[in-house]
Design a protein around this ligand. Structure first.
Ligand code: GDP
Length: 301
Protein backbone atom coordinates (compact mmCIF):
# COMPACT_ATOMS: atom_id res chain seq x y z
CA UNK A 1 0.00 0.00 0.00
CA UNK A 2 1.05 3.61 -0.46
CA UNK A 3 3.00 5.39 2.25
CA UNK A 4 4.90 2.63 3.95
CA UNK A 5 8.36 1.22 3.64
CA UNK A 6 8.44 -2.51 3.13
CA UNK A 7 10.70 -4.64 5.30
CA UNK A 8 12.17 -3.77 8.68
CA UNK A 9 14.76 -1.44 10.25
CA UNK A 10 17.67 -3.12 8.49
CA UNK A 11 16.18 -2.32 5.09
CA UNK A 12 16.11 1.43 5.71
CA UNK A 13 18.87 3.64 4.34
CA UNK A 14 19.59 7.34 4.86
CA UNK A 15 18.02 9.63 2.28
CA UNK A 16 18.55 13.35 1.57
CA UNK A 17 16.18 15.93 3.10
CA UNK A 18 13.55 17.49 0.85
CA UNK A 19 13.24 21.25 1.33
CA UNK A 20 10.56 23.79 0.43
CA UNK A 21 11.34 27.52 0.43
CA UNK A 22 8.53 29.71 1.75
CA UNK A 23 8.05 33.30 2.90
CA UNK A 24 6.55 36.68 2.06
CA UNK A 25 6.41 37.92 -1.54
CA UNK A 26 9.58 39.75 -2.66
CA UNK A 27 11.63 38.52 0.28
CA UNK A 28 13.87 36.60 -2.15
CA UNK A 29 12.61 33.00 -2.42
CA UNK A 30 13.06 32.79 -6.19
CA UNK A 31 16.45 34.46 -6.08
CA UNK A 32 17.59 32.10 -3.34
CA UNK A 33 16.53 29.00 -5.29
CA UNK A 34 18.41 30.42 -8.31
CA UNK A 35 21.54 31.12 -6.32
CA UNK A 36 21.58 27.68 -4.72
CA UNK A 37 21.07 26.10 -8.14
CA UNK A 38 24.03 28.02 -9.55
CA UNK A 39 26.51 27.80 -6.71
CA UNK A 40 26.36 24.14 -5.81
CA UNK A 41 26.36 21.43 -8.39
CA UNK A 42 27.06 17.75 -8.37
CA UNK A 43 30.67 16.75 -8.79
CA UNK A 44 31.39 16.29 -12.45
CA UNK A 45 28.41 18.38 -13.54
CA UNK A 46 30.46 21.32 -14.69
CA UNK A 47 27.66 22.76 -16.79
CA UNK A 48 25.34 23.21 -13.82
CA UNK A 49 21.63 22.63 -13.74
CA UNK A 50 20.24 23.15 -17.20
CA UNK A 51 16.49 22.78 -16.91
CA UNK A 52 13.70 23.52 -14.47
CA UNK A 53 11.89 20.29 -13.74
CA UNK A 54 10.18 21.40 -10.51
CA UNK A 55 12.84 20.18 -8.11
CA UNK A 56 16.58 19.78 -8.05
CA UNK A 57 19.31 18.23 -5.95
CA UNK A 58 22.51 19.89 -4.82
CA UNK A 59 25.59 18.46 -3.20
CA UNK A 60 27.33 20.03 -0.26
CA UNK A 61 29.81 18.77 2.26
CA UNK A 62 29.27 18.52 5.98
CA UNK A 63 32.12 17.32 8.18
CA UNK A 64 34.04 16.20 5.08
CA UNK A 65 31.20 14.05 3.87
CA UNK A 66 29.34 14.83 0.67
CA UNK A 67 25.64 15.17 1.28
CA UNK A 68 22.70 15.85 -0.99
CA UNK A 69 19.73 18.15 -0.46
CA UNK A 70 16.60 18.13 -2.61
CA UNK A 71 14.90 21.48 -3.21
CA UNK A 72 11.34 21.81 -4.44
CA UNK A 73 11.80 24.46 -7.12
CA UNK A 74 8.45 26.19 -6.63
CA UNK A 75 8.70 28.98 -4.07
CA UNK A 76 5.79 29.64 -1.77
CA UNK A 77 3.39 27.57 0.22
CA UNK A 78 0.83 26.82 -2.52
CA UNK A 79 2.58 23.66 -3.71
CA UNK A 80 3.21 22.66 -0.09
CA UNK A 81 -0.45 22.94 0.89
CA UNK A 82 -1.70 21.42 -2.38
CA UNK A 83 0.35 18.30 -1.75
CA UNK A 84 -0.74 18.08 1.85
CA UNK A 85 -4.37 18.41 0.78
CA UNK A 86 -3.91 15.27 -1.32
CA UNK A 87 -2.33 13.41 1.55
CA UNK A 88 1.25 13.62 0.34
CA UNK A 89 3.86 15.18 2.54
CA UNK A 90 6.81 15.81 0.27
CA UNK A 91 8.64 18.33 2.46
CA UNK A 92 10.97 17.42 5.32
CA UNK A 93 12.23 20.92 6.14
CA UNK A 94 10.86 24.41 5.45
CA UNK A 95 13.23 27.28 4.80
CA UNK A 96 11.41 30.47 5.75
CA UNK A 97 12.92 33.45 3.96
CA UNK A 98 12.59 36.82 5.70
CA UNK A 99 14.03 40.01 4.22
CA UNK A 100 16.15 41.69 6.86
CA UNK A 101 15.19 45.16 5.62
CA UNK A 102 11.47 44.43 5.77
CA UNK A 103 10.78 42.08 8.65
CA UNK A 104 8.04 39.60 9.43
CA UNK A 105 5.04 40.07 7.13
CA UNK A 106 1.63 38.34 6.76
CA UNK A 107 2.87 35.62 4.38
CA UNK A 108 5.84 34.98 6.64
CA UNK A 109 3.39 34.13 9.41
CA UNK A 110 1.26 32.05 7.03
CA UNK A 111 4.30 30.06 5.95
CA UNK A 112 5.29 29.42 9.56
CA UNK A 113 1.74 28.29 10.35
CA UNK A 114 1.75 25.84 7.43
CA UNK A 115 5.09 24.37 8.43
CA UNK A 116 4.13 24.09 12.09
CA UNK A 117 0.75 22.52 11.26
CA UNK A 118 2.60 19.88 9.24
CA UNK A 119 5.19 19.44 12.02
CA UNK A 120 7.93 20.30 9.54
CA UNK A 121 11.07 21.77 11.16
CA UNK A 122 11.96 25.32 10.12
CA UNK A 123 15.27 26.93 9.20
CA UNK A 124 15.09 30.72 8.96
CA UNK A 125 17.05 32.37 6.14
CA UNK A 126 17.44 36.05 7.01
CA UNK A 127 17.94 37.45 3.51
CA UNK A 128 19.07 40.73 1.96
CA UNK A 129 21.70 41.38 4.61
CA UNK A 130 23.58 43.35 1.92
CA UNK A 131 20.91 46.06 2.00
CA UNK A 132 21.14 49.27 3.88
CA UNK A 133 18.78 49.14 6.81
CA UNK A 134 19.04 45.36 7.13
CA UNK A 135 18.51 44.34 10.74
CA UNK A 136 18.96 40.59 11.16
CA UNK A 137 18.69 40.73 14.97
CA UNK A 138 15.28 42.36 14.72
CA UNK A 139 14.06 39.39 12.66
CA UNK A 140 15.22 37.02 15.41
CA UNK A 141 13.38 39.10 17.95
CA UNK A 142 10.17 39.30 15.91
CA UNK A 143 10.08 35.56 15.31
CA UNK A 144 10.27 34.62 18.98
CA UNK A 145 6.61 35.62 19.04
CA UNK A 146 5.89 32.69 16.69
CA UNK A 147 7.81 30.16 18.71
CA UNK A 148 10.98 30.40 16.65
CA UNK A 149 13.80 31.10 19.07
CA UNK A 150 17.29 31.30 17.61
CA UNK A 151 19.91 28.90 18.90
CA UNK A 152 22.08 31.79 20.06
CA UNK A 153 19.19 32.85 22.32
CA UNK A 154 18.77 29.39 23.79
CA UNK A 155 16.17 28.14 21.33
CA UNK A 156 16.38 25.32 18.83
CA UNK A 157 15.79 27.11 15.52
CA UNK A 158 18.72 27.81 13.24
CA UNK A 159 18.80 31.34 11.78
CA UNK A 160 21.23 31.97 8.92
CA UNK A 161 22.03 35.44 7.61
CA UNK A 162 22.37 35.42 3.83
CA UNK A 163 22.33 37.51 0.71
CA UNK A 164 20.72 35.58 -2.12
CA UNK A 165 21.74 38.39 -4.46
CA UNK A 166 25.44 38.36 -3.57
CA UNK A 167 25.62 34.67 -2.79
CA UNK A 168 26.67 35.32 0.79
CA UNK A 169 26.65 32.39 3.23
CA UNK A 170 24.69 29.98 1.03
CA UNK A 171 26.94 27.16 2.27
CA UNK A 172 26.01 28.16 5.83
CA UNK A 173 22.34 27.80 4.97
CA UNK A 174 22.85 24.36 3.42
CA UNK A 175 24.80 23.29 6.47
CA UNK A 176 21.99 24.50 8.76
CA UNK A 177 19.49 22.46 6.73
CA UNK A 178 21.56 19.30 7.16
CA UNK A 179 22.20 19.93 10.86
CA UNK A 180 18.47 20.50 11.44
CA UNK A 181 17.64 17.32 9.52
CA UNK A 182 20.18 15.32 11.53
CA UNK A 183 18.97 16.72 14.86
CA UNK A 184 15.22 16.60 14.34
CA UNK A 185 14.49 13.90 11.78
CA UNK A 186 15.25 10.29 11.02
CA UNK A 187 15.32 10.45 7.24
CA UNK A 188 15.49 6.91 6.01
CA UNK A 189 13.71 4.90 3.35
CA UNK A 190 13.87 1.43 1.87
CA UNK A 191 15.40 1.76 -1.61
CA UNK A 192 14.80 -1.92 -2.24
CA UNK A 193 11.12 -1.99 -3.15
CA UNK A 194 8.87 -0.78 -5.95
CA UNK A 195 8.93 2.98 -5.99
CA UNK A 196 6.38 5.29 -4.38
CA UNK A 197 6.29 9.06 -4.15
CA UNK A 198 4.57 12.18 -5.36
CA UNK A 199 4.16 14.00 -8.67
CA UNK A 200 5.33 17.56 -8.19
CA UNK A 201 4.49 18.95 -11.57
CA UNK A 202 3.24 17.69 -14.90
CA UNK A 203 2.40 18.99 -18.33
CA UNK A 204 1.74 17.93 -21.88
CA UNK A 205 4.87 18.34 -23.99
CA UNK A 206 4.36 18.72 -27.72
CA UNK A 207 7.12 16.34 -28.64
CA UNK A 208 7.30 13.97 -25.68
CA UNK A 209 3.66 13.72 -24.64
CA UNK A 210 2.73 13.78 -20.93
CA UNK A 211 5.80 14.65 -18.83
CA UNK A 212 5.72 14.48 -15.04
CA UNK A 213 8.35 15.33 -12.46
CA UNK A 214 8.05 12.87 -9.63
CA UNK A 215 9.80 12.79 -6.30
CA UNK A 216 10.72 9.27 -5.25
CA UNK A 217 9.95 8.87 -1.54
CA UNK A 218 10.70 5.17 -1.09
CA UNK A 219 11.86 2.36 -3.32
CA UNK A 220 13.76 2.77 -6.59
CA UNK A 221 12.10 3.95 -9.78
CA UNK A 222 13.43 2.38 -12.97
CA UNK A 223 12.99 2.73 -16.69
CA UNK A 224 10.49 0.05 -17.71
CA UNK A 225 8.40 0.27 -14.52
CA UNK A 226 4.60 0.31 -14.69
CA UNK A 227 3.47 3.40 -12.86
CA UNK A 228 0.19 4.92 -11.68
CA UNK A 229 -0.18 8.52 -10.41
CA UNK A 230 -3.66 9.69 -9.47
CA UNK A 231 -5.83 8.64 -12.41
CA UNK A 232 -2.89 8.61 -14.87
CA UNK A 233 -0.83 5.54 -15.66
CA UNK A 234 1.85 4.35 -18.05
CA UNK A 235 5.20 2.71 -18.44
CA UNK A 236 8.37 4.66 -17.62
CA UNK A 237 9.93 4.98 -21.07
CA UNK A 238 12.57 7.51 -20.16
CA UNK A 239 13.75 9.47 -17.15
CA UNK A 240 15.77 12.68 -17.25
CA UNK A 241 17.20 14.75 -14.44
CA UNK A 242 17.70 18.49 -13.94
CA UNK A 243 20.91 18.24 -15.98
CA UNK A 244 18.80 16.94 -18.88
CA UNK A 245 20.65 13.67 -18.69
CA UNK A 246 19.06 10.28 -19.05
CA UNK A 247 18.98 8.26 -15.87
CA UNK A 248 17.99 4.64 -15.45
CA UNK A 249 17.07 4.54 -11.79
CA UNK A 250 16.06 7.01 -9.10
CA UNK A 251 16.46 6.31 -5.36
CA UNK A 252 14.61 7.98 -2.41
CA UNK A 253 14.47 11.83 -2.39
CA UNK A 254 15.50 11.97 -6.05
CA UNK A 255 13.34 14.11 -8.36
CA UNK A 256 13.12 12.95 -11.98
CA UNK A 257 11.15 13.79 -15.03
CA UNK A 258 9.22 10.76 -16.26
CA UNK A 259 8.16 10.26 -19.85
CA UNK A 260 5.67 7.51 -20.62
CA UNK A 261 2.36 8.39 -18.93
CA UNK A 262 -0.66 8.05 -21.22
CA UNK A 263 -2.24 11.17 -19.67
CA UNK A 264 -1.05 14.04 -17.47
CA UNK A 265 -1.10 13.35 -13.70
CA UNK A 266 -2.07 16.13 -11.29
CA UNK A 267 0.54 18.05 -9.28
CA UNK A 268 0.42 16.58 -5.79
CA UNK A 269 -0.83 13.15 -6.89
CA UNK A 270 0.92 10.28 -5.20
CA UNK A 271 2.41 7.64 -7.48
CA UNK A 272 3.28 4.00 -7.13
CA UNK A 273 4.89 1.32 -9.22
CA UNK A 274 2.99 -1.90 -9.74
CA UNK A 275 3.97 -5.29 -11.08
CA UNK A 276 1.97 -5.20 -14.30
CA UNK A 277 0.78 -2.63 -16.84
CA UNK A 278 -2.69 -4.08 -16.52
CA UNK A 279 -2.83 -3.35 -12.79
CA UNK A 280 -1.67 0.23 -13.32
CA UNK A 281 -4.41 0.75 -15.89
CA UNK A 282 -7.08 -0.80 -13.65
CA UNK A 283 -6.15 1.35 -10.65
CA UNK A 284 -6.08 4.50 -12.81
CA UNK A 285 -9.41 3.72 -14.46
CA UNK A 286 -11.08 2.99 -11.14
CA UNK A 287 -9.85 6.32 -9.79
CA UNK A 288 -10.94 8.18 -12.95
CA UNK A 289 -14.45 6.68 -12.61
CA UNK A 290 -14.57 7.67 -8.95
CA UNK A 291 -13.47 11.22 -9.83
CA UNK A 292 -16.16 11.48 -12.52
CA UNK A 293 -18.81 10.28 -10.09
CA UNK A 294 -17.68 12.82 -7.51
CA UNK A 295 -17.75 15.60 -10.10
CA UNK A 296 -21.27 14.65 -11.20
CA UNK A 297 -22.45 14.58 -7.60
CA UNK A 298 -20.94 18.03 -7.17
CA UNK A 299 -22.77 19.33 -10.25
CA UNK A 300 -26.13 18.02 -9.02
CA UNK A 301 -25.79 19.97 -5.79
P1 GDP B 1 10.11 36.20 -4.05
O1 GDP B 1 8.83 36.92 -4.38
O2 GDP B 1 10.18 35.89 -2.59
O3 GDP B 1 10.38 35.01 -4.90
O4 GDP B 1 11.28 37.28 -4.25
P2 GDP B 1 12.38 37.38 -5.42
O5 GDP B 1 13.35 36.30 -5.35
O6 GDP B 1 11.66 37.57 -6.72
O7 GDP B 1 13.11 38.72 -4.99
C1 GDP B 1 12.43 39.97 -4.96
C2 GDP B 1 13.43 41.08 -5.28
O8 GDP B 1 14.41 41.15 -4.25
C3 GDP B 1 14.17 40.86 -6.58
O9 GDP B 1 14.35 42.09 -7.21
C4 GDP B 1 15.50 40.28 -6.11
O10 GDP B 1 16.55 40.53 -7.02
C5 GDP B 1 15.71 41.02 -4.80
N1 GDP B 1 16.56 40.26 -3.87
C6 GDP B 1 16.45 38.94 -3.54
N2 GDP B 1 17.41 38.60 -2.67
C7 GDP B 1 18.13 39.71 -2.43
C8 GDP B 1 19.27 40.00 -1.61
O11 GDP B 1 19.85 39.14 -0.92
N3 GDP B 1 19.72 41.29 -1.62
C9 GDP B 1 19.14 42.27 -2.37
N4 GDP B 1 19.66 43.49 -2.30
N5 GDP B 1 18.08 42.02 -3.15
C10 GDP B 1 17.58 40.78 -3.19
Amino acid sequence: SYGEDAGDEDDLQARPPVVTVMGHVDHGKTRLLDTIRKTTVHEGEAGGITQHIGAYQVATSLEDRERLITFIDTPGHEAFTAMRARGAQATDIAVIVVAADDGVMPQTVEAINHAQAAAVPIVVAVNKIDKEGANPQKIRQQLTEYGLVAEEYGGDTMFVDISAKQGTNIEGLLEAILLTADAALDLRANPDMEAQGVAIEAHLDRGRGPVATVLVQRGTLRVGDSIVAGDAYGRVRRMVDEFNEDILEATPSRPVQVIGFTSVPGAGDTFLVVEEDRTARQIAERRAARNRAAQNAQKRK
